[in-house]
Design a protein around this ligand. Sequence first.
Ligand SMILES: [Zn+2]
Length: 211
Amino acid sequence: MDRDNDAAVVNTHFRQTLLAINQVLGDKAAMDIYFAANLENFSTALLADNMGKTFNGYDYARILETIEITYGDRGPRILRRIGKESFHIVLREQPGWMNTGKRVFKLWSANQRSQFMLEAIVESQRKIYPNHEIWMEEKNGELAYIEQNCLVCYGRKSSHPVCHLTTGFIKEAIHWASDVDFEVRETSCTAMEDAYCRFVIAKSTATSQST
Ligand SMILES: [Zn+2]
C-alpha cells in the first residue's frame, strides 16, 4: 500500500478535529497551536465541509503533536478531551449516524451496545477512507479497534503510543452508547513502528469519570 498516497485527510474530518481543538483549548490557545505547528494560515473558516482532501497526514499529526508538546504532562489528557469533543461534533453534524443504535440500545446489554458502536466507527471510517485498513477484533472478551493507516500519528516516531485523540473518541463513543465506563488503551502504535494502531476496550471497574 502506498502510505503517502493514502495520507490525505478528508476535509470534513480535518474540520471536525479543528472545531474540537478550538472548543477544548479556546480560540486563542488554539491559534497559538496552529502558529507553533506552522499552520497559522489554516482556520476552520477556510476548511471546506466536504469529502475533498486539502491537507495531508503530516499537517494533521503535527497539530496534535504540538498540543502534546505544548501541554507537557497534561497533553495526553487534553488530546483525549479533544477526541471526546470530536465524537459529539460528529454526532451533531451527522445526526442520522446513530439512528439504528438508538432504536435498539434499550434492548441490548452494555457489551452489545459497545460492540455496535465500535462497528459503526469502523464502518464510518471505511466510508471516508476506503483505501485504509480498519477493522475490529474480539478476543478473550475484549474488543479491539485497529487502524493500519492511522492519520493521528502519521509520520511520528515515539517510544510510547501517541494516538490519545482516538482513545478519547472511542472511550466517549462507547460510554455514550452503553452508559458504562470502559477503559480504552492503545496497545500498539505505528509511531512505535508497530504494524498498526490498536485500541483495546476493556470493561472498567472504575466509576464513570470524564478524562
Ligand atoms: Zn497510534
